[in-house]
Design a protein around this ligand. Structure first.
Ligand SMILES: [Ca+2]
Ligand SMILES: [Ca+2]
Length: 93
């Protein structure tokens, strides 16, 4: 059943790519950027861009502020950095 499903998905994917040009990695990145266009103007305004930046910064801050008291202390940032460093640079020190 699983193999049959995988076969059907593969068939559908290859059939759809027969008439659609495969997207380059740049196309995919541009598509993701253009998704920031919240008002449908076909362009990303500074406000639309800053909205995304602010959301990401807020998420990052909440990740750093382990005890959720609104401040990131030395040990909190140290822990955050150690964890991120290991993920980003695949180091374990
Ligand atoms: Ca826009
Ligand atoms: Ca804190």
């Amino acid at each position: 059943m699983l193999i049959r499903s995988i076969f059907l998905i593969t068939l559908l994917v290859s059939a759809s790519s027969a008439w659609a040009e495969p997207k380059s990695s740049t196309d995919k990145i541009v598509d993701r950027f253009i998704e920031l266009d919240a008002d449908g103007s076909e362009g990303v305004s500074q406000d639309e861009y800053l909205q995304m930046v602010n959301e990401r910064a807020k998420e990052r801050f909440e990740e750093m502020d382990a005890n959720r008291d609104g401040e990131v202390t030395d040990p909190e940032y140290r822990d955050f950095w150690q964890e991120k460093k290991a993920t980003w640079y695949r180091l374990d020190r």
